[in-house]
Ligand binder design. Structure first.
Ligand code: ADP
Ligand code: XUL
Length: 557
């Protein structure tokens, strides 16, 4: 194992430029949290008139943007605030996280603005004339349905694009956003020298020149060849002309983007040798912040929506979910599944059947048997992403289920179960779906371990069901903000790789440092018994058959 010591007193800074706020986490040389800061866009920068960090265009269906300058001004503000808490001269490296998919359009000549910033003035006023598009399309934008269809058609279909780029075309992805600007404002597209992602945009300001797009966030554009980690000529041509030169080069997420620009040395007294490590997307940074590092590691985030992501050596292209290059290694992949019906669906069933109480909900889970006597439920309180099904509840009982096989099982549709069975059907359904889709994407079964996070990870009964269904240990971590924390950890990792002159496995850094801090994860529940896991496998297979049928009958795509 590599020696992973950092100079005494050194600090590592990570930002997260998210939809609603700009956050920062500072770590000390033992990787303990030293300081945090947050700027909320709506309340602290009200002159941009955003709601939840974005502007919804009433005149164009689905167009959702954020003023690019707002992100610059937030940078001014957060640095001024951090200056009161942190001695910037001690920061050895800085990195960051950006909401995935959002794009920034630079006018010709903006590289000169970046390289000649006046340290006597705030940043914001110096970027007033830097952008050819003043409002950046963000991940919530869904105005690009036509562009998605056209791009998929041009590359030979949705599955071909998924094989090539790791995802089929999605409205929020950057390639379709770029194509829409090219189609609707060709002059603006022509008058764009460079296109950045939110992540590489913020890195560009820090290094005082255009930063590369990192390979992981680059995979959220429908433009990159996922296996080669290089721009795909086919996808570029399907999107817009002369695009490669506007995108610049790709770089690995652990690479150094550059030294911090003189502006920050003069204005905030950063050390001139402070490294800026490539910024990446928020989900890849969360993967780092949750300390996933080995193939087979899986994280389940149980927040408003549920997100599942993991590391795998091989991946199988699918139409649902996403594959990105592994953000903390030079090899392998990060797979990601996003469910809209997470905590809000759990709350809904709790309110309908468990007297609005988590305690009753948990008692119901404890008093019902695993496998629920063959009762299966699909609960979509909102239109679901995975599978793409509309609002609706569907319930079935497997009449001849004895847990020994998935063959020949017959299901009968029913209107409702008894209240305890409703609760178990919801929980088993949510996690069987996650297990099935994660396996379909190439995640090993059982996973190496699961790290659970987000609001519902406080619920031990839910964690026990996860351990029984997936068949592995479940750990929990306490995290104020896993994306900016992940960025600070990646800053430290990038610094280490740079110092050693080679790639150092991030697991070495975690092992030597993190287990001693409060950031290490804690075992919550041990793996369930093997026989039960096999039986869950049979139910899962049957469930997927029913899910596929529902998707064919009612699916939104
Ligand atoms: P987000 O960051 O996505 O806004 P959080 O990760 O804070 O959300 O999770 C909030 C959710 O956590 C709430 O909607 C609530 O349903 C859920 N939650 C909180 N406590 C429990 C509990 N004991 N059992 C199950 N769910 C819980
Ligand atoms: C991921 C996605 C969101 C944004 C949120 O594909 O669109 O999770 O990254 O910032």
């Amino acid at each position: 194992m590599e020696d992973c010591n950092f100079p005494q007193g050194s600090l590592f800074l990570g930002f997260d430029s998210s939809t609603q706020s700009l956050k920062a986490t500072v770590l000390d040389s033992n990787l303990n949290i030293f300081a945090t800061e947050i700027i909320n866009f709506d309340s602290e920068l009200p002159h941009y008139k955003t709601k939840d960090g974005v502007v919804r265009d009433p005149s164009v269906n689905g167009r959702i943007v954020s003023p690019t300058l707002m992100w610059v001004e937030a940078f001014d503000l957060i640095l001024e605030r951090l200056d009161k808490k942190v001695d910037f001269s001690k920061i050895a490296a800085v990195s960051g996280s950006g909401q995935q998919h959002g794009s920034v359009y630079w006018k010709p000549g903006s590289s000169a603005i970046l390289s000649s910033l006046d340290s006597k003035k705030p940043l914001v006023g110096q970027f007033c004339d830097a952008f050819s598009v003043s409002e950046s399309p963000v991940w919530m934008d869904s105005s690009t349905t036509e562009q998605c269809k056209a791009i998929e058609k041009a590359v030979g279909g949705a599955m071909e694009l998924s094989k090539l780029s790791g995802s089929r075309a999605h409205e929020r992805f950057t390639g379709p956003q770029i194509r829409r600007i090219y189609e609707t404002q060709p002059e603006v597209y022509k008058n764009t020298e460079r296109i950045s992602l939110v992540s590489s945009f913020m890195a560009s300001i820090l290094i005082g020149s255009y930063a590369c797009i990192d390979q992981t966030d680059g995979a959220g554009m429908n433009l990159m060849d996922i296996k080669q980690r290089a721009w795909s000529k086919t996808a570029l041509e399907a999107t817009a002309p002369n695009l490669e030169q506007k995108l610049g080069k790709l770089a690995p997420a652990h690479a150094v983007a550059g030294l911090i620009a003189p502006y920050f040395v003069e204005r905030f007294h950063f050390n001139k040798d402070c490294l800026v490590v490539q910024w990446s997307g928020d989900n890849p940074n969360s993967l780092a912040g949750l300390t996933l590092n080995t193939p087979g590691d899986l994280a389940i985030s149980l927040g408003t929506s549920d997100t599942v992501f993991g590391i795998t050596n091989k991946h199988q292209p699918r139409l649902e979910g996403h594959v990105f290059p592994n953000p903390v290694d030079t090899e392998g992949y990060m797979v990601m599944l996003v469910y809209k019906n997470g905590s809000l669906a759990r709350e809904d069933i709790r309110n309908r059947y468990a007297s609005k109480s988590w305690e009753t909900f948990n008692n119901f889970l404890q008093q019902t048997q695993p496998l629920n006597g063959g009762k299966l439920g699909f609960y979509y309180k909102d239109d679901e992403i995975l599978p793409p099904l509309p609002v609706g509840f569907h319930r079935y009982i497997l009449s001849n289920f004895n847990g020994d096989t998935s063959n020949g099982l017959v299901e009968e549709e029913v209107k409702e179960f008894d209240a305890p069975s409703e609760v178990r059907a919801l929980i088993e359904g949510q996690f069987l779906s996650m297990r099935a889709h994660a396996e379909r994407f190439g995640m090993p079964s059982p996973p190496n371990r699961i790290i659970a996070t987000g609001g519902a990870s406080a619920n031990d009964s839910i964690l026990s069901s996860i351990a029984s269904i997936f068949g592995c240990n479940v750990y929990t971590v306490q995290r104020p903000d896993s994306a900016s924390l992940g960025a600070a950890l990646r800053a430290a990792h990038g610094w280490l790789c740079n110092k050693k002159g080679k790639f150092v496995p991030i697991s070495d850094m975690y092992k030597s440092k993190l287990d001693k801090t409060s950031l290490g994860c804690k075992l919550a529940v041990s793996a369930g018994d093997k026989e039960l896991i096999t039986k869950y496998g049979f139910v899962m297979k049957k469930r997927m058959e029913i899910e596929n049928r529902l998707a064919q009958k009612l699916g939104r795509f």
